[in-house]
Design a binder for this molecule. Structure first.
Ligand SMILES: *Cc1c(COP(=O)(O)O)cnc(C)c1O
Length: 362
């Protein structure tokens, strides 16, 4: 068996021990004589899985009692609609968005279908190589919420300071930085993300929402199944939840606990990112387009400035077991997604290859 170093932006690398455990339990989950894929979501065994997953997530993130945790389907993209539908006041629907990359741009565009949605700030003028200065952004005091994408997966930028939105709830898409560092949940009204970047297999989106923001009077056309009230009242089981995905997420939560929780995870992630950024800063052969103070430690785009050379780099990487390093088409070049489960040895192998490639192509 040959495992590669998988730098995919998502679906992405998972901890090997988690995959091994899931393999061991595949045919017979804890004496039930069946796989988790085959069991009723109403069974005692699955009830145990989802309850333990939620409890572990709560303890990892320090989620206060007055926040609900929902395990939903439809990916982050369905929540681009779910957020305005659930949070806008139908009498006077208003929200402010900061656009710092492709994902927040998509969310903004979707939200505009549902109300008076204002672009509060954008960094598109410089191809999203920075995060707008949150101290200079003005928000409407009567907005129902302010929206950000905390880590833009494609462009590789990250908010290292949150906007101060006063009494207006802050909503954050954390898909690509979920559980990568400690977080103060009380600073947010809603934290949500698809799990396939940093937590589990595609098919689960986790929504963490302050209870008082769960409205009954949502926009009237909101499908019942998309109403957070429906899913909160049903413990995420108004219909069949993405059972197997939730089971894997639960295993990853335990794995993160074993890494020292979010503090431990952050330390490891910073060390890994430093290996790559320190090298990028030491050479002019590659360029990292994102402004230093806004860099993501999860997604690291870099380019040589020559498309043919970039293509050669990607092909050579693949030949060495360094996979999915090609950048997104909107940035070009390369992108290394170095999520929680990417071992430091993987980043070191990448930098080793980058050095050799530089030497032979200078
Ligand atoms: C991947 C991604 C999404 C979209 O997730 P889907 O599950 O494909 O809908 C949204 N936001 C961010 C930040 C992402 O990285």
């Amino acid at each position: 068996m040959a495992r590669v170093y998988n730098f995919s932006a998502g679906p992405a690398v998972l901890p090997e021990s988690v995959l091994q455990e899931a393999a061991n339990e595949m045919l017979d989950y804890k004496g039930t004589g069946m796989s988790v894929m085959e069991m009723s979501h109403r069974s005692a065994a699955f009830k145990g899985i989802i309850e333990e997953a939620e409890a572990d997530l709560r303890s990892l993130m320090g989620i206060p009692e007055n926040y609900k945790v929902l395990f939903l389907q439809g990916g982050a993209t369905l929540e681009f609609a779910g957020i305005p539908m659930n949070l806008l006041n139908p009498e006077n629907p208003k929200a402010d968005y900061i656009v710092s990359g492709g994902w927040s741009k998509k969310a903004f565009k979707e939200a505009k279908l549902y109300g008076d949605i204002r672009l509060a700030a954008s960094s598109e003028d410089e191809n999203f190589t920075y995060v707008p200065n949150v101290d200079e952004v003005e928000f409407r005091e009567d907005a129902d919420y302010v929206y950000i994408c905390e880590n833009e997966t494609v462009y590789g930028n990250k908010y290292h300071k949150l906007p101060n939105t006063g009494k207006v709830p802050l909503v954050a898409d954390v898909s690509s930085c979920f559980l990568s560092e400690p977080i103060d949940v009380t600073k947010y009204g809603v934290i949500y993300g698809g799990v396939q970047k940093n937590i589990g297999p595609a098919g689960v989106v986790i929504v963490i929402v302050r209870e008082d923001l769960i409205r009954e009077d949502v926009l009237p056309f909101t499908p019942n199944i998309m109403r957070w009230k429906t899913q909160a009242d049903a413990g995420s089981m108004s219909n069949t939840p993405p059972c197997y995905g939730i089971y894997i997420c639960g295993k990853v939560f335990k794995w993160i606990k074993a890494q020292g929780g979010l503090e431990g995870m952050q330390k490891i992630n910073q060390e890994k990112a430093a290996v790559l950024y320190d090298y990028l800063d030491s050479t002019d052969f590659y360029q990292a387009p994102v402004r230093k103070e806004d860099r993501s430690i999860m997604n690291v785009p870099f380019v040589t400035g020559n498309a043919d050379l970039d293509a050669e780099f990607v092909a050579g990487a693949k030949a060495r077991g360094i996979e999915n390093i090609k950048g997104h088409r909107s940035v070009g070049g390369m992108r290394a997604s170095i999520y929680n489960a990417m071992p430091k040895a993987g980043v070191e192998a990448l930098v080793e290859y980058m050095k050799e490639f530089e030497t032979s192509h200078r």
